[in-house]
Write a protein that binds this ligand. Sequence first.
Ligand SMILES: [Zn+2]
Length: 456
Amino acid sequence: MSPMLPHFSDIVWPDVASYWIGNACVPLCLLAGPHAFAPLDREDGAAVLDILIEDGRIARLAPAGAASADQRPRVDLRGRQAWPMLVDVHTHLDRGHTVVRSPNASGMFADALKATAADRLKWTHDDLVTRMDFGLRCAYAHGVSAIRTHLDSVPEQAERSWHAFRDMRAAWRDRVALQAVSLLPIDFFRGEWGDRLATLVAESGGILGAVTRAASAGGHGAPLDDLDALLDRLFGLAARYDLDIDLHVDESNDPKAAALPHVARAALRHGYQNRVTCGHCCSLAVQPDDQAERTLDLLAEARVAVVTLPTVNLYLQDRGGGRTPRWRGVTLVHEMRKRGIAVAAAGDNCRDCFYAYGDHDMIDTFRQAVRILHLDHPLAEAPALVGPAPATIAKLSDHGRIAAGGPARLIVFNARTLNEIVSRHHADRIVIDRGRRSGARVPDYSELWDDGVPAC
Ligand SMILES: [Zn+2]
């Protein structure tokens, strides 16, 4: 160990249009497209590169050493890790940061639904944009460049929430790319509201979504008797407006919750391969192996993508007051990846009654996903779940990857190895947005303290 190495906090980032980032350690799973770089080892699957930045873009990716022959300014990372800014492909910005005013009495799913319905009465335009903006500032400061949020879209709420979303999307367009998905029990698609909602989603440039269970059942139990008909209705509306689909599916530890194969068959019936995403899919992990295998075959055939929400699953699944949970709540991520099914990890709820914690930090999601899902030994492919995989699912080709010719949007860590990234929270990470060091900081909690709750 050399006492001469400068501390990470002493790094001065070049404030010029053209410079080199020297000796950046990049996990190869985070590079776009074919490349000729060889990994240093199996555990990290990373290579040390020199990265040329020009006018906010990555002009060149070269083997380490290329920068030293060039006269341009250079910041030497000495083998520290550089990642792309990340993509959170499943969040609920409309519910976020309500945990103080609307706590979940038990931490359980059914109480979360009740508390959300009550809190929704407070969702004015001002309230929505205040909390959504707070969440976006958290995410951006942590190095997130794109977010897909679900929006509660029951009839009395939808217009207001989609209006707030459109305002936020416009305000944030240069920092965080925003997508939105309608969220409501699929039962609502039986009637006229299905048509009206599909129109609203289409006019807003959104994605059509729903929960595949009746709200009254608390998200548990067997599929609805008319689930196939409801899916046909939803897929038909999506096709009419040329909308992609993103569904909350089988967020339950009840093996009878088995809507997932119905969704895959609907995707095949409607020619919707590569256009459907399913979040959660928890019960797949508690179904008999042969049943799960058949469902995985269907997902692969229908090219349905899956998003796992490990922190929220760990929080909500298998919870029963005073009883120790027995399972982790997550779906069959390893088995899906082996079959070539697109799988991403995402953050889901943040400081609301479905999940009391969180800060819209995809590095936190990554670190917890590694532990909860055993994405290690080796760690080499794990970062793909929070960068390239969600970017592919969201069809955002300019996000979540490091690419020659792509935008210079990076996170630099005071860590040389993935082990060091997983082991610390890295609040001191450096975010580079289009070549320049970002000065964004997480918002202060005090901004949300005017909610009538007495301070401690
Ligand atoms: Zn969700």
